[in-house]
Write a protein that binds this ligand. Structure first.
Ligand SMILES: Cc1cc2nc3c(=O)[nH]c(=O)nc-3n(C[C@H](O)[C@H](O)[C@H](O)COP(=O)(O)OP(=O)(O)OC[C@H]3O[C@@H](n4cnc5c(N)ncnc54)[C@H](O)[C@@H]3O)c2cc1C
Length: 464
């Protein structure tokens, strides 16, 4: 039989499977340590799984189980994001959060939660009376009992962050293979992974397959020690004027299953209400359910009655890679030279950089050792947050294409170019915000179809 030519030539020190936020951060960490890294993603573009839809809160980990791996990774990820975000041109909206008790029973839980925060190293939480809470957030609805403030819970851009991590990995030598599903593999000294685009060889394999983490373990190890049961979260995004209704992230008292319904601004200047927590078997589709969204809307209006007068921009839903336990399922399979990074359920955006450091330590315990580059490259991602100076404010941008989100022709063309170029319309939206505003692409889709012609895996339709 003729040898199948490899999808990527040579032997990599580390092959990361999955380009969600966790895989992107792991690729960055290993590349910054000097490893030769490959990232394999089955979708036509990155961030196509759990990482495509979340609340975009940079959590401190104040409510994580004390002593859990999740808490350790969130704390480390949070610290590193704070340290590096400006260098990568990533936003950080330092708004703080209020954890609000709406019933007497919830109010009785606040001291315990404050003690938990302190045990998790989040020592700056402030208990608030009802009056103090209302002074901070005058728009809150009836029934409020008491609250506490977590000053360092922040908002970030959920897509630019992983994009920046992978861009930095690539700028420091990593290679990305998209549209390539890992279907199996053999360990014979090194790993040879079978992908739908040909084999890839590596010394250590990292399973960062998110919603398919258990499936991939079965394919590569012939066994799995956890089962993913996707947990859907639906959201309502309100128009930008609604963002003036709340300055903090408004959190409920969390329960054992979920952090509950949050009301917060977004890095793009909107206000969102969500997510729900609904278990399902389907790993692909996060369907929007009108009755659930109606209940979500009513809950949002109870929290912030001013929302009754606000318009909705969009609805969306995401899937958390939940397992039968709350904590992360990160395992080093030393004999198989494989690390599974599974069950990164509801804090992966916050923990990604910390999780990546944890995975590096596990690989080092397996004998992985490389020499970090003397002068690593720090690429900047385009500023697309509402809190940054945007391209439309700079000369030579080619004019605005998407007027709702002020996206310029230059921003779109730049996102369609380079080693991490958008290959799907969804990927282009996540890189630029194009079509994500009030009109949802009604006015700019024809122009966008012209600009993207011949460049996307699935062409946009109907620009004539
Ligand atoms: C509703 C909701 C709200 C959330 N809110 C927050 C929040 O506010 N703050 C926070 O920190 N976190 C939040 N999260 C959690 C966060 O989004 C997740 O923890 C994170 O996205 C998990 O990322 P991942 O990389 O592990 O998985 P994924 O994003 O699913 O990435 C896995 C990738 O692997 C690819 N893949 C799978 N199988 C294969 C294969 N065989 N071959 C090649 N590629 C493969 C997939 O296509 C996918 O791109 C929220 C999540 C949800 C759903």
């Amino acid at each position: 039989m003729p040898a199948v030519s490899p999808a990527l030539p040579g032997t990599f020190d580390v092959v990361v499977i999955g380009a969600g936020v966790i895989g992107c951060a792991i690729a960055r960490r290993f590349a910054l340590e000097g490893a030769r890294v490959a990232v394999i993603e089955k979708a036509d573009d990155i961030l196509d799984g759990a990482s495509k839809a979340n609340s975009a809160i940079l959590h401190t980990g104040f409510d994580a189980p004390v002593g859990s791996l999740e808490q350790v990774c969130v704390a480390a990820g949070y610290a590193e994001y704070e340290e590096i975000h400006a260098k990568l041109n990533l936003p950080l909206i330092r708004c703080g959060a209020l954890v609000i008790a709406w019933t007497e029973a919830e109010a009785a839980l606040l001291p315990e939660l404050i003690a938990q925060a302190e045990a998790n190293g989040v020592a700056d939480v402030e208990p608030l009376t009802e009056a103090e809470t209302r002074r901070l957030e005058p728009g809150l609805g009836a029934g409020l009992q008491a609250a506490f403030r977590v000053p360092r819970e922040y908002l970030v851009d959920p897509w630019s962050a992983p994009l920046a991590y992978l861009a930095q990995a690539i700028a420091n030598g990593a290679e990305l293979l998209r549209g390539a599903e890992v279907t199996g593999g053999q360990l014979d000294g090194d790993w040879t992974l079978q992908t739908t685009r040909g084999p890839v060889t590596g010394r250590i394999v990292v399973n960062a397959a998110g919603l398919y983490g258990d499936v991939l373990d079965e394919r590569l190890l012939g066994k799995k020690d956890f089962a993913i049961r996707p947990r859907k979260g639906q959201f309502i995004v309100y128009d930008k004027p609604a963002a003036s209704l709340a300055s903090h992230i408004l959190l409920p008292v969390p329960n054992k299953v979920t952090k509950g319904i949050v009301v917060c601004r977004t890095a793009f200047g909107n206000l969102l209400v969500g997510p729900t927590a609904e278990e399902q078997d389907d790993r692909e589709t996060a369907a929007l359910v009108p009755e659930t969204l109606e209940a979500l809307r009513r809950r949002g209006e109870e929290i912030l009655p001013g929302l009754k007068a606000e318009e909705v921009t969009a609805l969306y839903a995401g899937l958390r890679p939940a397992t039968e336990t709350k904590d992360y399922r990160i395992t080093a399979h030393s004999a198989q030279r494989m690390i599974t990074v599974g069950g990164i359920r509801s804090t992966g955006l916050s923990s990604a950089l910390g999780t990546a450091r944890h995975v590096l330590r596990l690989a080092e315990a397996m004998g992985h050792a490389t020499q970090p580059p003397v002068d690593p490259v720090w690429p900047e991602v385009p500023a697309i947050s509402a809190f940054a100076r945007r391209d439309w404010q700079q000369p030579g941008n080619g004019g605005i294409v998407c007027h709702c989100e002020s996206v310029t022709r230059r921003e779109i063309l730049a996102a369609l170019d380079g080693p991490l170029k958008a290959q799907t319309l969804a990927g282009l939206k996540r890189r630029t915000r194009v079509t994500m505003g009030r009109c949802q692409g009604f006015y700019c889709s024809a122009e966008l179809a012209r600009l993207t012609e011949g460049r996307l895996a699935q062409p946009m339709l109907g620009h004539d």
